[in-house]
Design a protein around this ligand. Sequence first.
Ligand code: ATP
Ligand code: MN
Length: 479
Amino acid sequence: MFNKRVKIKELLSWDAVNQEVIVMGWVRTFRNNQFVALNDGSTNTNLQVVIALDQYDDEFLKRITTSSSLKVQGVIIPSLGKGQKLELKANHIEILGDSDAEKYPLQPKKHSLEFLREKAHLRFRTNTFGSVFRVRHSLAYAVHKFFNDKGFVYMHTPIVTASDAEGAGEMFKVTTLPFENTPRNEDGSINFKEDFFGRATNLTVSGQLEGELGATAFGEIYTFGPTFRAENSNTARHLAEFWMIEPEMAFSDLEDNMNLAEEFIKYIIRHVIENNREDLEFLAQRLAEEEKQKPQQERSEMGLIEKLEFVLSNDFERLTYTEAIQILKDSSHNKKKKFQYLVEEWGVDLQSEHERYLVEKHFKKPVILTNYPKQIKAFYMRQNEDGKTVAAMDILAPGIGEIVGGSQREERLDKLEERMKEMNIPAEELWWYLDTRRFGTVPHAGFGLGFERMVQFVTGMTNIRDVIAFPRTPKNADF
Ligand code: ATP
Ligand code: MN
């Protein structure tokens, strides 16, 4: 029976001296044929297992290698060595799985994140990824807790969709049609009537449109699931497969939406600060070392935990797109032509460099930009009185850029249909969506938060590939 084992994290949290326990884990290091640093994934803190001299023969001791797995029965005693308060005096050790030290890909030394990405199947066994993925878990738990406590209904929207109307990004096609002798129509186009679903389908880019159907019945819903974008953007903040959280609220306007998003972000950060202190401290230390490699002026002024606490204790800066454009136009950065894309006229989409300037240089805190020009936003966003802008909001975070995109939705059928016509979006395909506006329409709003970008922000990891277990990016779908 295995379930008698105690997790190391738990063991270290109670006064375990003189208790007899069973622990299981993987060997991190073994020195002097006597001291095993054992890790079981519950914490980065290894448990020191002490083997008495002459307790085991050489043949057995040789099998205790980095990443071999052990079951150890023993007694917890106060440690004489420095570095730990307690240690486990082994009475009985069983080797559950051998690990050939010569062949094990992760030697006990410091590896680059790039190297570890190629060994993603084993990188969870390092301290950095141990911390990152425990924090990721904790954030996911906090997401559900936040919405559950507010009475939102968790809705599972489909992964395979037929609507390509949203235009959030390039889509992956889903098909079972053969590549050879593909069924075709008379005009040469592919005959999707022969396909599995009898129509063209793809992987979802967002659950929002279906989410709106839920919100206009339950009042408040959220989704939390995978989304896919076949965009060829090889950046440190884009994945082809990422997780998105999308709340959608009936009886809600743009301001309610911003308030919820800000409260939500602060809530999940606070949850991690309160529950993952040890992991955050490790990640803060890691980040501080990474920052030391950078030139002075590129280093951030705050440490990781300091930054998170700063976010909790300050209101996000709220301003309109129009005000932001003015700030950017007037900035010395723009005047000295330091932007790659100079900001000249109202109406342009903001580039990541502009977003980062606003957040990191100008306001030095998270920023919510509102009321964007309608030309650069989706068809479903509510049109403002001025005829030029829509009730959109993006939240921009230091070091990350856009973390949330949202809006009040257009609830007026005539306005929505008019906008769809202007943007060449076929109304017949979205008949089900338009029905919400036909039968008891209500003001409503929602947003999408990219979960990995949030994990990046909280863990201080600079590349999004290091906060998802097995990243999918252009030309890469290993593991
Ligand atoms: P960006 O301009 O950064 O590409 P977007 O405008 O395409 O973002 P939305 O369509 O508004 O983003 O999606 C909502 C949220 O999902 C974004 O705010 C971001 O946090 C996240 N997101 C979008 N695309 C990706 C991606 N390729 N990988 C990871 N997260 C993403
Ligand atoms: Mn995008």
